[in-house]
Design a protein around this ligand. Structure first.
Ligand SMILES: [Zn+2]
Length: 84
């Protein structure tokens, strides 16, 4: 019984990690497609039709790993753009 319980829990964790990295790759892909254009989390979330909280988390997670630079989003908020 305990073994099954543990198995289900680790399966759930793997699923969450997969959703998270899928969001990261969607964000990265969009910023790559729109190279040079600044996106804030809200506009990117709207563009991708995703939850802004998750998009922001993905941007935060990606920022230290990607060549992002901050800039002004057309909506007036501070956003990120991919730099090459
Ligand atoms: Zn914006």
């Amino acid at each position: 019984m305990h073994g099954l319980d543990r198995k289900m829990r680790s399966g759930q964790q793997a699923e969450n990690a997969m959703i998270y990295s899928l969001m990261e790759s969607m964000v990265r892909q969009r910023l790559r497609d729109k190279k040079g254009q600044v996106y804030c989390a809200d506009c990117l979330a709207q563009d991708l039709q995703q939850d802004p909280t998750e998009v922001r988390a993905a941007m935060d997670a990606l920022a230290p790993r990607q060549n992002f630079s901050a800039g002004p989003c057309p909506c007036g908020q501070t956003g990120l753009t991919l730099r090459w």
